[in-house]
Design a protein around this ligand. Structure first.
Ligand code: TYD
Length: 139
């Protein structure tokens, strides 16, 4: 599994269209924002503030996360280093490449995590044990 440089992972700005007369904003993820075609969309909500989600890596799946409401933190781990991102704006997203361990935590009340992913759901694509992730990374 390829080494992923966490320094190259940054929040990506999603274009925002502001209605001219105070009627709010609209953000759109269009095809050139992501390096893959979206195969599936799902969202996390009603997550208790003391819960951690994620806790796995994917062999192939790439994922774009957006805090469409509220906020949460995403800790990324490439097997060597860790980097934490705060997602708290609906017009910023985090693109997580394959082969990265992720943990989502510190969900605010009402937080909604929208997830735009590159693959169908496939349990075989998950690495759910951190020790397995480390050994896949070493090999
Ligand atoms: P999981 O991907 O482990 O969630 P998270 O990373 O948010 O903590 O999925 C949680 C559960 O939901 C797990 O039992 C698998 C199931 N699941 C599906 O059935 N279909 C899906 O598309 C997803 C993403 C998860």
């Amino acid at each position: 599994m390829q080494y992923v440089n966490l320094e190259e992972i940054q929040l990506i700005e999603i274009p925002k269209i502001t209605a001219p007369d105070g009627r709010g904003n609209l953000s759109v993820v269009e095809k050139d924002v992501l390096p893959y075609q979206i195969k599936r969309v799902y969202y996390l909500y009603d997550v208790p503030s003391d819960s951690t989600r994620g806790g796995h890596a994917h062999r192939e799946l790439q994922q774009f996360l957006i805090a469409v409401s509220g906020s949460f933190s995403v800790v990324l781990d490439n097997g060597k280093d860790r980097k934490t991102f705060l997602l708290n704006r609906p017009n910023k997203g985090l693109l997580i490449p394959s082969g990265v361990w992720r943990e989502l935590e510190n969900f605010s009340a009402g937080a909604v995590c929208l997830s735009l992913v590159s693959e169908e759901y496939d349990e075989e694509d998950y690495i759910r044990e951190y020790a397995d992730f480390k050994s896949v990374k070493r090999s």
